[in-house]
Design a protein around this ligand. Sequence first.
Ligand code: ATP
Length: 136
Amino acid sequence: SERTLVLIKPDGVARGLTGEILRRVEAKGYTITALKQVSASEEQLAAHYAEHQGKPFYQPLVDFMLSGPTVAAVVEGDRVIEGFRTMAGTTEPTVAAPGTIRGDLGRDWGEKVQKNLVHGSDSVESAEYEISIWFG
Ligand code: ATP
């Protein structure tokens, strides 16, 4: 099996959706092997979003991620990297499919940053890198 880093971003925590999102992860059959609530540091976010540095949404994204606590989880399961991203839905909540986390629950969209409730790693390499950032 595989593992991935899932983040419930500050909009998800602030809206009280932590339980609903983790319920979906568990109901699918994935295993949560580590879980914590954290106030992200600028250094963590610079590392986590290194690939986006220099893009127009980078600073709004970092400011949003600093705006409140995030819940970080290590989630394990068969093909969980692709599977969780399918559960999350596409980046923009406006057009994410019904049945997905973003499609069912996402409602905050804007030009500067997509407040899209969750993050999931996109490859085995990024999962290991991101787990080290959030769990040391
Ligand atoms: P996904 O690729 O499914 O969106 P992700 O969270 O890995 O997942 P990234 O492309 O890595 O998405 O972008 C990181 C985050 O930056 C997005 O989740 C979103 O919050 C924000 N973002 C990405 N692209 C844009 C954009 N064009 N405008 C505003 N915010 C964006």
